[in-house]
Design a protein around this ligand. Sequence first.
Ligand code: NAP
Length: 242
Amino acid sequence: MSKLTSKVALVIGAGSGIGRAIADLYQTEGATVALADLNEKACTKTVRGDSSSYSVDVTSSDSVQALVAAVIKRYGRIDILVNSAGILNECPFLEMTPETFDNMLTVNLRGIFLTCRYVAPHMVERKAGRIINIASQLALKGGVGMAHYTAAKAGVIGLTRTMALELAPHNVLPNVIAPGPIMTPMLGDVSDDWVKEKEAALPLGRFGTVAEIAPTAVMLAASPDGDLYLGQTLGPNSGDVM
Ligand code: NAP
């Protein structure tokens, strides 16, 4: 028996990396998925059956509202929202401009606020929903050159905990997945030596793969698997943070 049969999921950031793997596994588990990304084309290869692809820019309130309206119009509901869109760049704190900081917060934190803000009312109305926000283990431990990124990701955890408190009475369950390092396009062109050095610092001795993150997103969305998870931060992170 598939775990997400007859569920409708909206996966944002589904064009690449972790979001794409989640959208793919959700469909394997029987869900119909609305796959959304800045670049809709990047989503199309992953679309199967009645699933569909959309373009969205999570920095734009209008764009997010249009996406949510289109998905509700097509499927009548959203049972599961996954927020995996994000950006990463490095900058030493002492060189960071307000613009660099704002840009990171706008995509990685405000973007998740917007998608949750426009999807949650539909879930509340139906008295059912799961929200899965992708943060990072760096939110919990910090990272050199990552003041803006870690601030945004820690913000995602705080935002999700408060949403959990306010939405739980409506049977809407928000949680966070905070992965460790995963080889995706987000990491860019890193050298083998860089990877070896980072892997050596992990208790498990290796990076994770997107296929090892997606099952956590299935678990949180499924019932009874995820029924008791609320406001939690789950850490598939090779033991980087315990
Ligand atoms: P990825 O492969 O780069 O995927 C991120 C996706 O988000 C891309 O398709 C990107 O589109 C999209 N995106 C960026 N800005 C957007 C916007 N304004 N509106 C809509 N979509 C936008 O990266 P990933 O590694 O899968 O990352 C997914 C999530 O996991 C991110 O939140 C990331 O911070 C988090 N994470 C990643 C790691 C890791 O090591 N990879 C570790 C911990 C947490 P474009 O490519 O077209 O820009």
